[in-house]
Design a protein around this ligand. Structure first.
Ligand code: SAM
Length: 245
């Protein structure tokens, strides 16, 4: 597909995938214990925000290990948050809010915010420089979202973005016997990703997301304008930026 997608498409809505999200992700797509191991290496964090917390799989693991931390999760998709609320109902220190990061307003600040596969993340393809992937298709919306997020990170605080491998077309069986498939269509500003779930050849789920991408230099410049500088890499699940004190 040629041309730009400025302002087009839903802003990363996961309603279609929501009822199958956990079984897809826990069939090898993400390793939540390793994600939290790496997150903790950047801490300790007393007050932490997850941007795009989905069904709460990371927050469950983080909350179990860090009982005294105050934790907030935000997500755009109500069908994802509904599952997070059920999963995390016994965690009194976890506050979940339905919000679009582009208009984020929590009335408090955090010593760290992170996004793993959430609104923003990095892809590293071999020896190439990391590039940032965003669930938000429009450039001005990305700038607004990053600005809102920066306003919620305390001076000296950290912004951590998850690292993923390159995206490609594939299909594979998952633990409930169904087949997960994805198809990538590159375009001028990023790529469109189609997610499918097949049950005995019948398509039971289809979701499409318009992703925008930013080169490493563009990302560093966007974040520098908000007072953040990169922190030397120390693990394989997150790249971190620190806000000026
Ligand atoms: C791939 S899921 C990641 C969920 C979770 N971090 C995990 O690791 O399982 C991406 C999540 O980002 C949320 N999201 C996408 N765009 C968003 C936005 N603009 N504001 C808030 N959440 C957003 C989606 O609703 C979805 O739940």
């Amino acid at each position: 597909m040629a041309g730009t997608i400025e302002g087009s498409g839903a802003m990363g809505d996961y309603t279609n995938m929501s009822s199958y999200y956990d079984v897809i992700m826990t069939s090898g797509y993400y390793n939540y214990a390793q994600i939290v191991d790496d997150l903790e290496q950047h801490g300790p964090f007393a007050h932490i925000l997850e941007v795009g917390c989905g069904t709460g799989l990371i927050l469950e693991e983080f909350g179990r290990r860090n009982g005294s931390a105050r934790i907030t999760g935000i997500d755009l998709t109500e069908a994802m948050l509904k599952q997070a609320r059920a999963r995390l109902e016994t965690f009194s220190a976890i506050d979940l809010r339905q919000q679009n990061v582009c208009s984020l307003h929590l009335g408090k600040s955090f010593d760290a915010a992170f996004s793993y596969g959430g609104v923003w993340y990095f892809v590293i393809d071999g020896d190439q420089e990391p590039f940032m992937v965003s669930h938000i298709p429009g450039d001005s919306d990305n700038r607004m979202g990053l600005e809102k997020l920066a306003q919620h990170i305390a001076p000296g605080g950290m912004f951590l973005l998850g690292i993923q491998g390159p995206h490609f077309d594939y299909e594979k069986p998952i633990s409930n016997g169904m087949t997960y498939a994805q198809k990538i269509e590159p375009h001028a500003d990023g790529f469109i990703k189609h997610y499918y779930l097949l049950d005995q050849g019948q398509r039971v789920m289809e979701q499409t997301i318009n992703y925008r991408t930013y080169s490493w230099d563009e990302t560093v410049s966007l974040l520098a304008a908000l007072g953040f500088t990169p922190v030397p890499r120390s693990g394989d699940k997150f790249l971190a930026f620190r806000k000026a004190a």
